[in-house]
Design a protein around this ligand. Structure first.
Ligand code: CUV
Ligand code: SF4
Length: 622
């Protein structure tokens, strides 16, 4: 069966799917096909297995049962399921943030060899937001106090998280009024699990409102802490060139690939790969050097801060192994398909898991902790070098493309001359109509990268600035939109503005936790205009999302006042009440709604319409 042109728009993807077919190795698309037809009850959100009186399901046609054993109806079951998706997503992002705070605390106590405070300026700036004065203290003392204050954000002793003060005053007041101001990061996730236990919150509206509060504890809490502490420890990103797609692998070098999310592991692996002693060892084994590449979000972390090349996004993670060119793939957590080790077993690739929280069948487990990470990184890189001798034939199907990454808010504001004013002026003048954040994953239900690339193309050609993160950011980089010359695809106004700044029309804002950089920029723009985020000509989109984390992201983006278009339909269609609230009613509550549109051409029309409407309401084109 040869469907490989239908699965992905990418050349490297198509060629590697073909290779896996002839190697008779199963892919995510094969497994997706084997699952058809997928369960209709689950697809609509109408199945529940929360308790042992169940599992239960509600008949969408109104003929069979309309309530579970406990009496929960479609609205309750759908809202409860959605709330739990948000809780899982928020937990994943926030636990990632916690791991960084732990490293920060250990750096403060000098117990994490190899880790250090890299951006002292940012350390002091964030510390000040937590009410910690830096004068007369060493960076380590400040880091220790900041880590402690951040740990309080995870707990139950506070009424409001520290970093919500970054949101416009109006937005904060709205959250207080709605009683969705996030209190403790862990508290909101824990409360979500409590509320969704059988016999607790059976108000579908109150469940959804708590879902928003839980998501806000991710966006303005766990994820924001993850990004800020990563910048403090590893440096705040600045624009730098890199290379992308499967062509970043090198036929004559030891290829080491990091996959997952937390830079705590990948940064140490990078340090080991860049050690001249290791290069020497690789040369002794007949390789020309060590080539470190990234996948998914930990790849984005390294790309943003160090220009490390990016081998691919979510749906490329299996395919890339079929190049036969990867000596070792080192994973931490999140979005790592357990199928990877089965694929790796067909080639010579060694798979290494590193987190106590994330085990995979068929992977060797080398557990990284802040106090031993440097040593473990050297151990695994040495093993990767040893594995070079086992390499068979390689197939690296394409040449890599150029891209630029590294657009932190600090870098963007810096490029604008120190304030967001020039960007606002360009928006006011209509040269830039507005901005859209395109984020999230790949999903075999959508042609790989088609959603991201098509939507981006349509928006930039209509003078809408695109900032992107996660797998979306990798997709548009592979499509060639992340070089200065890509302004040739932009409309006249966007072309002029980006051209004069020498930046691409599509800015790489980082990993999934770095979606908070979009929140911070949106808040800065709203504050500069003396208004709320929901008044700005902004939109969000997740054209190919799959993960629970993406549900949490979508929920905090909407709760922050940004209209958001999802590609794949979330499992809510079984409750028209929930659908109506999320796509219409929320507008009156938080000033923004969700839309669902799998066709990116149509999603672009929705977003353009929304942005023009926002401009009219602001009186910009009067
Ligand atoms: Ni965190 S969450 S597939 S790697 S963006 Fe990529 Fe990004 Fe989704 Fe996962
Ligand atoms: Fe069924 Fe209610 Fe138990 Fe869910 S919580 S499984 S609907 S009895």
């Amino acid at each position: 069966m040869t469907h490989h042109h239908n699965y992905t728009i990418t050349k490297d993807g198509q060629l590697l799917i073909k290779k896996m077919e002839s190697d008779q190795v199963e892919t995510v698309w094969d497994r997706h096909a084997a699952q058809q037809p997928q369960c209709g009850f689950c697809d609509l959100g109408l199945s529940c297995r929360i308790c042992a009186m169940g599992p239960c399901r509600v008949d969408p046609f109104g003929e069979g049962p309309q309530q579970g054993v406990c009496g929960a109806d479609a609205d309750i079951i759908v809202a409860r399921n959605l709330c739990r998706m948000i809780a899982a997503g928020a937990a994943a992002h926030s636990d990632h943030g916690r791991d960084l705070v732990e490293v920060l605390a250990e750096v403060a106590e000098n117990k994490a060899p190899g880790y250090a405070i890299t951006d002292t300026e940012k350390l002091n700036r964030v510390a000040a937001e937590y009410g910690i004065a830096a004068d007369g203290k060493t960076p380590e003392q400040v880091a220790g106090e900041l880590a402690h204050a951040m740990q309080e954000d995870f707990g139950t002793r506070k009424k409001e998280l520290a970093l919500v003060t970054r949101a416009p005053e109006k937005r904060q007041q709205l959250w207080r009024k709605l009683n969705i101001m996030p209190r403790g990061i862990d508290r909101e996730t824990s409360e979500a699990m409590h509320r969704t236990h059988m016999g607790v919150d059976n108000g579908w509206q109150s469940l959804l409102l708590h879902g928003l509060r839980n998501a806000l504890s991710d966006g303005w809490g766990g994820s924001m802490i993850a990004t800020e502490v990563s910048d403090i420890l590893f440096g705040t990103p600045k624009p730098a060139p890199t290379k992308v797609n499967a062509g970043v692998l090198k036929a004559d070098q030891v290829n080491v690939v990091v996959h997952g999310h937390n830079p705590v592991v990948s940064e140490m692996v990078m340090a080991a790969c860049q050690d001249p002693e290791m290069t020497k060892l690789a040369e002794e084994k007949g390789a020309k050097g060590i080539n470190l590449c990234g996948l998914c979000c930990t790849g984005n972390e390294l790309l943003m801060r160090h220009g490390i090349p990016m081998a691919g996004n979510h749906l490329m993670t299996e395919l890339i192994i079929a190049t036969g060119a990867i000596e070792m793939m080192i994973v931490d957590y999140q979005c790592i398909m357990p199928a990877l080790s089965k694929v790796a077993a067909c080639y010579h690739t060694k798979m290494i898991s590193t987190s106590d929280k994330a085990r995979f069948p068929g992977m060797e487990h080398v557990e990284f902790h802040p106090d031993n990470a440097r040593k473990k990184a050297y151990d695994v890189v040495k093993a990767a070098i040893e594995n070079f001798a086992n390499r068979g034939e390689t197939y690296i199907p394409v040449e890599p493309l150029d891209a630029v990454g590294g657009f932190s808010v600090e870098a963007v504001v810096g490029a604008l001359g120190g304030t967001p004013e020039p960007l606002l002026d360009a928006i006011k003048a209509g040269k830039i109509r507005g901005a859209a954040g395109i984020v999230g994953c790949n999903n075999p239900k959508i042609k790989h990268d088609y959603g991201h690339v098509t939507l981006t193309k349509r928006l930039i050609e209509n003078d809408i600035l695109v900032v992107d993160t996660g797998c979306a950011a990798v997709a548009t980089a592979k499509a060639g939109f992340k070089v200065a010359d890509a302004i040739s695809h932009a409309g006249p106004g966007l072309k002029e503005v980006c051209g004069s700044l020498g930046i691409p029309p599509v800015l790489h804002f980082g990993s999934c936790v770095d979606n908070v950089r979009i929140l911070v920029l949106a808040a800065a723009l709203a504050n500069a205009l003396g208004t709320d985020i929901s008044d700005l000509p902004l939109a969000g989109a997740a054209p190919e999302w799959y993960s629970e984390k993406a549900v949490s992201i979508g929920a905090y983006v909407v709760a922050s006042g940004i209209y958001t278009v999802l590609g794949p339909m979330p499992p809510i269609a079984g409750s028209m009440n929930v659908v109506e609230l999320l796509t219409k009613g929320l507008g009156e509550v938080v000033g923004a709604t969700f839309a669902v549109e799998p066709d990116p051409e149509k999603a672009a029309v929705l977003i353009r319409g929304h942005i023009e409407n926002q401009r009219r309401k602001l009186g910009l084109d009067a």
